[in-house]
Design a protein around this ligand. Sequence first.
Ligand code: ASP
Ligand code: MG
Length: 437
Amino acid sequence: MKVLKFGGTSVGSAERMKQVAKLIMNGEKNLVVLSAMSGTTNSLVEIADYFYKNNTAGALEKINMLEHQYTDVINELYEKTEYKTKSTEIVHSIFDYLRSFSKHVFTIFEEKAILAQGELLSTNMFQLYLEEIGANSALLPALDYMRIDKNNEPDTAFITENLNSILVENPGKDIYITQGYICRNFYGEIDNLQRGGSDYSASLIGAAIKAKEIQIWTDIDGMHNNDPRYVEGTKPVPMLHFEEAAELAYFGAKILHPTCILPAKLHNIPVRLLNTMDPSAPGTLISNKRVKGIIEAVAAKDGITAIKIKSGHMLLAYGFLRKVFEIFESNQTPIDMITTSEVGVSVTIDNKRKLNEIVDDLKKFGTVTVDEDMVIICVVGDLEYELVGFQAKVINALKDIPVRMISYGGSNYNISLLIKAEDKKKALNLLSEAIFD
Ligand code: ASP
Ligand code: MG
């Protein structure tokens, strides 16, 4: 069986849902994970916010507006009155449930219950559509098998056992539909895998059923070799190693949620990124296979701050780095890039919330310099150190751009360079010319 995940835009209208139905009825057995229709989760967040603020009228107005949108989708999606009626009943009961929160004390538990309704709406409507067109399908409730533990980490043993027994209870189907994003927590309450978590659901499900492949369907034709917003003529990368994809996911390649990669990687299940708008395009295949000696992609991450600590005490001393890192740890700020010399260390952070506290603490150990508004440029590929020439290619491409930090060797998959934000577009273009043209 394959796992096919469709994001919010892929199920964002009646027409898109019909397109998804065509894609999944391909003669294979598929387990289909759906997000909420695009915009719905954001609306639910807003509705919860009105309830928090005790503005019941505001919440009800938003709920009614959203329900109207769904009424339009229902009218377009189904042919037969019977299915329009059935779907209206389910959808209406979900909206009535949302309205019922006006009588509650409103806490984070109620909010999570509200956030779960988007996926319940999309999957119920879609399952009814499949019934209408005569597909052999069943709806598997994610709240019956998807669970996180006390540390908010997926309870993979529970997920595997329960999902497989639900599949056994629903034998002989060609298509199984289920909700992404939503789950229960350790206490059995409704919870979720964080915004954008449907990719994670798909990956966890793929691992639990030992799927042949996990497909992530979006509206882009795979991961591109550079940022199409800044560089013309970028191309989808045909094949990536999981490690390369993980590097790129951090660097803003938003089509794949970073957490999604891990369960698939551990269970050696290939992940294919495909485009709903252009289904025959090859997309990007992410697996444990690597393409030898090739630079695959360039990406950039904005909003980076570099901090340099210089100290005579660092020379030949041990324990200096620990003291520096402890300051970031106690200020709950992750470090991204690090470069060192005998008398100093530079690090980057992408969260400036505690910058003042961090700088104050660091001043106890040395002279501190801060550079804000920086960008990390990341070159990703199979950059095994025994291969020669790739560093020279990268550095040479950027020979006219001031580079604040360079990092290579943390993994064999990337070279990171820190530059000023104003040089980003130029750097991305120069790298594309030097590497891909
Ligand atoms: N519907 C959820 C969200 O918008 C989950 C997802 O789309 O992956 O965050
Ligand atoms: Mg999404």
